[in-house]
Design a protein around this ligand. Sequence first.
Ligand code: SF4
Length: 223
Amino acid sequence: MIIFREEHFGGVLFDTDTLRYSLIEGRPATKPDRILLAQELPSRRDILSAPVRIYFEITRRCNLSCTHCFVSSSPRAPEGMPTSRAIALLDHMHDMNVIELRITGGEPTTRDDWFQLLSHAQALGFIVSLNTNGVYAEGQRTIDQLLALNLAQVTISIDGIEGGHDQIRGPGTFAASMSSLRKLYAGGACVRVNTVLTRDNISRFRRFFVVARLLCQRSIFST
Ligand code: SF4
């Protein structure tokens, strides 16, 4: 689906299949599937009226304590803003004509209301993706909820193979994250792997990359 958002200089063309967008002058050559008209456009032609994509950190709490975490997340971190505040922020972003939301954290699924927030974002019409570590206390229930949402993309963090990943993210996390990846892929989700390169895993990255490509070629998960 192609979404067109009106701007002073022309507009934003957003492809919901690739999650990529481009800026164009004037109107699109072919009729878009959805058009977002601005309530008010900036007077300048060289700026956007609002962000196209927002990474929304709904919590700093996380069930893991990775060595490289750059948002200082841990199980002891606070859950974050109350549900009503998060809902109000989503409504505000919708009023601004933001097109895409990437829900992140911390680990978003550690919030009691994570499913409610993602459902609300989708009901508003956002293109919604989730960044997650793939380690779920509630196991299959969380997988089923994620599949029910039918998100644009679920990105799971994998930082190495087995011991290499576990060294950074904790014992047993590689097996848990890979299990979630496979279940989500088998259930029809669009899954993606996110890798953070650090001094702890850079030397093993070539092997990890080769294995990841093999997994892709066997269609165990997509890129
Ligand atoms: S899973 Fe992500 S948010 Fe959680 S501790 Fe690890 S790097 Fe930080």
